[in-house]
Write a protein that binds this ligand. Structure first.
Ligand code: ZN
Ligand code: ZN
Length: 396
């Protein structure tokens, strides 16, 4: 049926740049990558004019954008936030819950299900993130919406069938049954907003936990464990992630959360196959500076965006206000990672960790034509989801 060919660009594959290669797509699926002799007359040609042909970005951890938070729990809010991220080159994302009441979380899950059924939806599943955080690590989330996991609560969430990433602080009562159940559901299980010790991480790992949210942010360290459990000093989440090859993690690479040496450290220690770039963006993405709510529009906590990053009232950071394209440019600029490695951390690696890499995440035959055309300065020029070009103009 419909043929599409990207020509005259440099294709970014997971391990190299292919200059002058052609990407041919048929019916929304990548058919071939490389030299082609002749294209059929019915083929729509996308002349990339020396730009990069990159896989679309995949975001495991994202709260909102364009004034909307996924926790607002309406289809229109979910669509607005999705469209904002697609404009920044993200073609698959996992709307991420904050702390909140069970009803708020269920409303969010339902709205995401409805939005996912719409054409060109980038929703690949939901990241159940809040509410199962440690009380001393809630960060910018509303503390009243935090609680320990109970089967009664999480079984309601599994029933929607849309949860595919699940976070829980490993030290909470009820964490281990939660982790086991989430892993059985096929979720990527992650530990975050946690002050877990090495021993608690080891138990969680045995139960199926394989990832840690936003490395260095709202997580334990050797000093925090010493404060909690005394001496001898014990390993924390950081050491556990660095020492286990099976563990992956993610960084908020906006330049405001982590200094360049920490991005370089994370990249060198974990490698591009175990480190994901995430936006962790909130509703202030593509919005003017000012006060907003993090999470639900009525019950979420207040933060301030200065147009570069979010700030909680106590002076700590309150997640990012930029898209994945900014994370990609910043990581390329401030680390020694090659361009294919940087793009891998924003596409194939998150796809692999979330279990969608057979369908998307790289420019390879048989995968969905989720493609972003990037300028030589890595600015988003065109976005395609399943071979269909998406409007990337910002609405007025
Ligand atoms: Zn967080
Ligand atoms: Zn977050």
């Amino acid at each position: 049926m419909s043929h599409l060919a990207f020509v005259n660009g440099t294709v970014i594959t997971p391990d190299r740049l292919l200059e002058g290669a052609t990407v041919v797509c048929r019916d929304g699926v990548i058919e071939s990558v490389g030299r082609v002799r002749g294209l059929s007359k019915s083929t729509t040609i996308i002349d990339s004019r020396g730009a990069f042909i990159s896989p679309g970005f995949i975001d495991l951890h994202v709260h909102g954008g364009a004034g909307a938070d996924f926790m607002d729990g309406t289809v229109s809010a979910v669509l607005a936030a999705c469209q904002a991220h697609v404009r920044h080159g993200t073609t698959r994302l996992f709307p991420t819950t904050t702390t909140g009441s069970p009803d708020e979380i269920l409303a969010m899950l339902t709205a995401c299900q409805l939005a996912q059924a719409q054409p060109l939806s980038p929703i690949a599943g939901v990241h159940l993130y809040g509410p199962f955080f440690a009380a001393d690590k809630v960060g910018c989330h509303a503390a009243t919406g935090r609680r320990d996991p109970t089967p009664r609560e999480w079984q309601r969430y599994w029933k929607t069938g849309i949860v595919s990433i699940a976070t829980c602080a490993a030290e909470l009562p009820g964490a281990i049954p939660f982790i086991k159940a989430a892993a059985k559901q096929g979720c990527l299980v992650t530990c975050g907003h946690s002050n877990a010790s090495w021993a608690e991480m080891a138990q969680a790992f045995a139960a199926g936990m394989r990832h840690v949210d936003h490395f260095w942010c709202a997580m334990s360290s050797v000093p925090s464990i010493r404060q909690r459990l005394g001496t001898p000093m014990q390993g924390s989440m950081a050491e556990f992630v660095l020492m286990h090859d099976e563990m992956s993690t993610e960084v908020i690479a906006d330049g405001y959360h982590l200094a360049p040496e920490l991005l370089e450290f994370a990249y060198r220690m974990k490698g591009p196959e175990r480190l994901c770039l995430v936006t962790d963006a909130n509703r202030a993405l593509d919005m003017p500076s000012g006060e907003y709510r993090f999470g639900h529009h009525a019950t979420g906590s207040i933060f301030r965006s200065d147009g570069r990053v979010g700030w909680a009232s106590g002076g700590s950071l309150a997640s990012s206000v930029v898209g994945m394209d900014t994370m990609v440019r910043h990581t390329k600029r401030s680390t020694t990672a090659s361009l294919p490695e940087v793009i891998r951390m924003a596409s194939l690696t998150p796809a692999e960790r979330a279990g969608i890499a057979t369908q998307t995440g790289s420019i390879e035959p048989g995968k969905a034509a989720d493609i972003v055309v990037l300028s030589t300065k890595l600015k988003v020029k065109q976005v395609f989801i399943g071979g269909i070009r998406v409007d990337t103009k910002k609405p007025r």
